[in-house]
Design a binder for this molecule. Structure first.
Ligand SMILES: Nc1ncnc2c1ncn2[C@@H]1O[C@H](COP(=O)(O)O)[C@@H](OP(=O)(O)O)[C@H]1O
Ligand SMILES: [Mg+2]
Length: 274
């Protein structure tokens, strides 16, 4: 049973998810991501953009407190890995390493863009990792667009376009691999903030690929990758190996998310740069 997509807040159509995925977990992921997103939209309106540092800090704190509070209430037996969390719930925590169910959350991805007036490339990530199964539920809210993408909805891979491919990259640190891959494929680079916003631009068909390297953590990609994989988009490390989550060290420095037909050409081009 899948929730009916609400046309105002969701795109995509219901999809068959793996038997391991619980509709309740995906529903919670989407509710929490959208709920944190609403708080962040209000905060932006209240604080304004005069003090960007204060806005970023307040946003991180507000969304993290909300998500940790709701997860503690709704799923008290589960562990959490959060960018903002501290101690057992943060990057230095070890409790999650023995847990069977771990929520991997990025309360505010694209913090820089969140603090810039008029930008909508920022996101809230909520994913569930389960031992032996990997990512089984995921939601990415794009609050400034009023959209939440989720792993129980299908985001169809469109027909290949005849136009040159478009590759999303970090606005502030576009990796050399992406520049080289773009040159090899005659592709155009599209600078954008937030890992979540970039992966969602891929599954929405706005761009054809997202290439990142040079540093990132599990929370930056878990929920976006969970959404993309559930709809059969390609997601891997840039050497083609699988993305693995809930590692002792959550550093996960690179990824490629793209249309399946572009995976091999892009991986070949990236390999050529190494
Ligand atoms: N070299 C790096 N090291 C650590 N984190 C990085 C990184 N490059 C990008 N990221 C993180 O990945 C997210 C997307 O970055 P970008 O917009 O540059 O593509 C941001 O998450 P946060 O906004 O949650 O910190 C950013 O901090
Ligand atoms: Mg992030």
């Amino acid at each position: 049973m899948h929730p009916t997509p609400d046309s105002a807040s969701s795109i995509g159509v219901p999809t068959a998810t793996s038997a391991a995925a619980s509709a309740f977990d995906v529903g919670l992921a989407a509710e929490l991501a959208a709920g944190a997103g609403e708080l962040l939209v209000k905060l932006r309106a209240e604080l304004g953009f005069a003090d960007r540092r204060a806005l970023k800090d307040a946003g991180d704190r507000l969304a993290d407190d909300y998500l940790l509070g709701r997860l503690a209430a709704e799923r008290p037996g589960d562990a959490v890995l959060s960018e903002e969390g501290k101690g057992e719930q943060g990057r230095v925590g070890t409790e999650r390493l023995g847990a069977d169910r771990v929520w991997i959350i990025d309360p505010l991805d694209g913090t820089r863009e969140f603090s810039e007036e008029g930008r909508d490339d920022w996101a809230v990530h909520v994913a569930l990792w389960q031992r032996g199964l990997g990512l089984t539920a995921a939601a990415v809210a794009l609050p400034a667009e009023g959209v939440t993408l989720r792993s129980d909805l299908l985001y169809d891979v469109p027909e290949a376009r005849s136009a040159p491919p478009r590759i999303a990259v970090s606005r502030t640190r576009p990796p050399a691999e992406a520049t080289a891959a773009a040159a090899a494929l005659g592709a155009e680079l599209v600078p954008m903030g937030s890992a979540g916003a970039k992966v969602m631009a891929v599954v929405a068909g706005t761009v054809d690929a997202y290439v990142h390297s040079g540093g990132q953590f599990e929370w930056d990609s878990a929920a976006p990758v969970g959404v993309a994989l559930a709809s059969d988009w390609h997601a891997s490390r840039i050497d083609g190996s699988p993305l693995r989550y809930n590692n002792a060290d959550p550093y996960l420095p690179d990824l490629l998310v793209c249309r399946p037909d572009l995976a091999e050409p892009l991986l070949d081009a990236i390999r050529g740069t190494h």
